[in-house]
Write a protein that binds this ligand. Structure first.
Ligand code: PLP
Length: 385
């Protein structure tokens, strides 16, 4: 099969160390070498999420959506009250999950592409007195970055637990679980880490674990019960307990990808995102694209751009995929046909990949200056890297 360059907001091109780890020989899920490797993942996730230690970090066998569902299922009992902050598809997904779990759901909404009104969140939190507040850090459907530390202050004011969707941020941008007062956070292996899809790296605070172990009712989904995870991931008095057959190859690939991210360092990775995004946007703006989201609330890892009038969205993306083997993503829901969403997570945020996209677009649109503007806008250091 041909290589296709994925410049989508997930999945992302695999990190070479993740690819290599997929070839490691098979081991059983209770093998001592697997446990030793898992221990390193636990420690690395504490660093990645900046948990400050304590609680539980681990990998769930499923995608980012399982991470989302597990948090809600563990932290809410039927008829508990939850306040969800939503300005896009993933905020709405949280609300639907919480509804299905039988929670009493209140939602503070902002229009797709707009920022969250903190005064509205504060007054809703004071009115509802939720057990849990849940928010999305970076809304992939619109490219909006939400004010996670500020929502955390509100959670503290009303004594609520706080869950944050870190799918488009942790591993690429600063994420301070402890400092921001977060009790649960999750991502998907295929987003900022550039590992294959199939795992959800998650983190529970000590306070979250206490809340889970003092529930009146069992967690409704056996598979994602955090206490079951704890028995496998942390040695108890009788050692480690079998919970389910973990996908060991995916543990290795994701473990190596986490290592690669920590070795490169989050500041260097953020810088990579910002320089490539700025240069790509500068080039695209010369031919009539416009940023969809104001700079103050723009998510660095998913660049949403409004299409120039007259551009044939489906045709251009078809040509990119079939003639140039480059995949990019259009709008979701109400933004379909109006925007593109360019991924800058993990291995997507490389100057050579965006240069390839702009060369291809330049040919399709008859605008050969696209890559020239990109090169001029890119700091020379970035091109050499
Ligand atoms: C991709 C994504 C998810 C869901 O992840 P899947 O791996 O597709 O299940 C959740 N939240 C955000 C913000 C995402 O971008």
């Amino acid at each position: 099969m041909e290589q296709v360059l994925l410049l989508t907001p997930g999945p992302t091109p695999l990190h070479p160390r993740a690819v290599a780890a997929l070839q490691w020989p098979m081991r059983g899920h209770m093998d001592p070498e697997v446990f030793a490797y898992n221990d390193r993942i636990v420690a690395d996730l504490h660093t990645l999420y900046q948990t400050g230690g304590g609680g539980l970090t681990c990998l769930l066998s499923g995608t980012g959506s399982l991470g989302m569902e597990a948090g809600l299922a563990n932290l809410l009992e039927p008829s508990d009250s939850v306040l969800i902050i939503s300005n896009g598809v993933f905020g709405e997904r949280m609300a639907e999950m919480a509804q299905r779990l039988g929670a009493r759901v209140s939602v503070v909404r902002a229009p797709f592409g707009a920022g969250i009104d903190l005064a509205e969140v504060r007054s809703a939190a004071k009115r509802v007195r939720p057990k849990l507040i849940a928010a999305v850090h970076g809304e992939t459907s619109t490219g909006v970055l939400n004010p996670i530390p500020e929502i955390g202050e509100i959670a503290r004011e009303v004594g609520a637990l706080y869950s944050v969707d870190a799918v488009t941020t942790v591993g690429m941008l600063e994420f301070k679980m402890q400092a921001w007062g977060i009790d649960y956070a999750y991502t998907g292996s295929q987003k900022c880490l550039s590992a294959p899809p199939g795992l959800a790296p998650v983190a529970y605070s000590a306070r979250a674990l206490t809340a889970i172990s003092t529930r009146k009712t069992p967690v409704v989904t056996w598979y994602s019960d955090a206490l079951g995870m704890l028995g496998y991931w942390e040695p108890g008095q009788q050692g480690r307990k079998y919970h389910h057959t973990v996908p060991v190859q995916l543990h290795w690939a994701t473990g190596e990808a986490i290592r690669a991210a920590l070795e490169e360092g989050i500041p260097a990775r953020s810088e990579r995102v910002r320089t490539v995004a700025a240069a790509a946007l500068a080039a695209l703006c010369t031919v009539g694209f416009e940023p969809f989201v104001p700079e103050a609330i723009r998510l660095p890892t998913v660049l949403a751009v409004r299409l120039p009038p007259g551009l044939d969205d489906a045709h251009v993306r078809y040509r990119l995929r079939h003639d140039y083997f480059i995949s990019i993503t259009g709008g979701l829901g109400e933004t379909a046909g109006k925007i593109w969403r360019l991924g800058l997570m993990g291995e997507t945020a490389r100057p050579e990949h965006y240069r390839a996209l702009l060369v291809a677009l330049g040919e399709i649109l008859g605008e050969p200056r696209l890559p020239v503007v990109f090169d001029q806008a890119l700091p020379t250091a970035a091109l050499a890297a």
